[in-house]
Design a protein around this ligand. Structure first.
Ligand code: SDX
Length: 431
């Protein structure tokens, strides 16, 4: 079968060029615009990269119209029901589900890296108690490169593998320490007899003076939340990690850049903003006012946790989380949590509103996650930190995929220049 191409004609010169069309396993085909740049001298303009494929990838596939999310080909609904976060981490990094031996070995490797260098703890003392935990995460994760010189050579595959394991293992420890710093309590060392999520809960909520038992319901809920947040194709923070990594920056610096990008309220910061919004709305009687605000172009207010660049149908993760909300709230006796009731009513009213229907705005992953984190006793300023722990697996998987690609080049977009035409310098006395 002949290769499919698009023919582009420049009407100003009648020059024609054939642009190769490349097909993927699923989803939209892409047009290789190389010949257009080379033969016609044009760039493309695509602010926000709404129609730009930045890379080849085999990790995650999203179909925004169907509400499909696949990790290495496996539907998120099946992984949410049958897998664990550590197993999903292995799948995203390796590309295949592990057998028992591979899974146990991977779990042991991750557990062997959970502690952080004692000197790193001194960094936390430089932050005021009221520092947002995400500001600590950005600083401390980037500073890991000051300690692990034996895993910063991006051209060494063994270094890359160790750095990946260290990052996945140490994120919960650093996250828990940033929480402890904010509440003025002593850091708790990881307990490697616990699961990945059990250890996080232990490091966050245990204290030297009380016996602490991990709540299995909370542990399971956290594990499911982390599965759902682990990866999501070329989202803003993953694209940031890829761009940083394309310059050859060390993996710790790259993941720190991903944490920075995730922090924004339009991205991972939306879970904290969504809960704050629900608290601000306060009562079902105020929903109409806030929906009107979110439609008012003069008002910067948006319904946090609603809308998505890719999902123009339901976010499959939001559906799983919505059901999970019921379970978690019922298990800790808050089945009629007013915030959850309010969220359900807000979703119901918004999804019947012509504006939301026409613009295909549905609840996304951040709409319900905050309610669950709150039910688990996690403060709202830690919600995006939780997101960052889980997404570190995706960030690291994409970074590894990119660095291992022999065709990798530094990312360097171009622009449409609209500034002053070339002109000569005018001396001070002539201005
Ligand atoms: C995440 O990319 C990913 O995959 C991200 C993520 C991941 O896992 O990595 O899924 C995680 O970041 C989820 C999104 C979390 N953010 C929020 O919940 C913040 C609220 N949502 C919006 O800010 C917005 O929907 C975005 C940022 C998510 C998407 O913005 P787009 O794709 O740039 O869409 P847009 O801003 O151009 O909106 C299209 C229209 C606009 O109206 P018009 O200019 O066409 O008249 O829809 C309106 C927007 O005003 N709109 C909203 C809205 N979201 C979009 N109006 C009210 N409330 C909203 N939430």
């Amino acid at each position: 079968m002949s290769k499919k191409t698009l023919t582009l004609t420049d009407n100003s010169t009648d020059k024609q060029v054939e642009l190769p069309v490349l097909n993927g396993t699923h989803g939209a085909s892409v047009v290789d615009i190389g010949p257009m740049v080379r033969d016609l001298g044009y760039f493309t303009l695509d602010p926000g990269f709404k129609a730009t494929a930045s890379c080849h990838s085999s990790i995650t596939y999203i179909d925004g119209d169907k509400g499909t999310l696949l990790y290495r080909g496996y539907p998120i609904e099946q992984l949410a029901k049958k897998s664990t976060f550590i197993e999903v981490a292995y799948l995203l990094l390796d590309g295949e589900l592990p057998n028992k031996t591979e899974l146990d070995s991977f779990q042991d490797i991750i557990l062997s890296h959970t502690m952080i260098n004692e000197s790193l703890k001194k960094l936390f003392d430089g932050f005021h108690h009221d520092a947002h935990p995400m500001s600590i995460m950005v600083g401390v994760v980037g500073a890991l490169s000051a300690f692990y010189h034996d895993s910063t050579d991006v051209n060494n595959s063994r270094h890359r593998e160790i750095a990946a394991h260290r990052l996945i293992a140490k994120m919960p420890t650093i996250a828990a320490a940033s929480y402890k710093h904010s509440v003025g309590q002593p850091f708790q060392y990881p307990k490697n007899s616990l699961s990945y999520c059990g250890n996080l809960l232990h490091m966050m909520f245990s204290t030297p003076c009380e016996k602490y038992e991990v709540d299995p319901v909370a542990e399971k809920a956290l594990d499911l939340l982390f599965i759902l947040h682990a990866d999501h194709e070329q989202n803003a923070s993953t694209s940031t990690v890829r761009l940083a990594g394309s310059s050859g920056a060390n993996p710790f610096a790259c993941i720190s850049s991903g944490i920075t990008a995730l922090w924004g309220p339009a991205h991972g910061g939306a879970n904290e903003s969504a809960l704050n919004m629900l608290n601000e709305i306060g009562d079902v009687s105020n929903i109409a006012k806030y929906i009107a605000k979110s439609k008012d172009k003069k008002d910067p207010f948006r319904l946090m946790g609603f809308g998505h660049r890719v999902y123009k149908n339901h976010d499959p993760r939001a559906r799983v989380l919505r059901n999970m909300c019921h379970e978690v709230l019922k298990s800790n006796g808050n089945s009629n949590d007013p915030l959850f009731e309010l969220a359900l009513r807000l979703e119901e009213i918004a999804l019947k509103d012509d504006y939301f229907i026409e613009k295909k705005l549905y609840p996304n992953v951040d709409f319900y996650s905050g309610i669950i984190y709150k039910a688990l006793g996690i403060p709202s300023n830690m919600f995006t930190v939780m997101f960052a722990i889980a997404r570190t697996v995706g960030w690291v998987a994409h970074w590894q995929e990119m660095i291992a690609d022999p065709a990798m080049v530094i990312g360097r977009p171009r622009q449409l220049y609209r500034g002053a035409a070339q002109r000569d310098y005018v001396g001070l006395g002539q201005r």
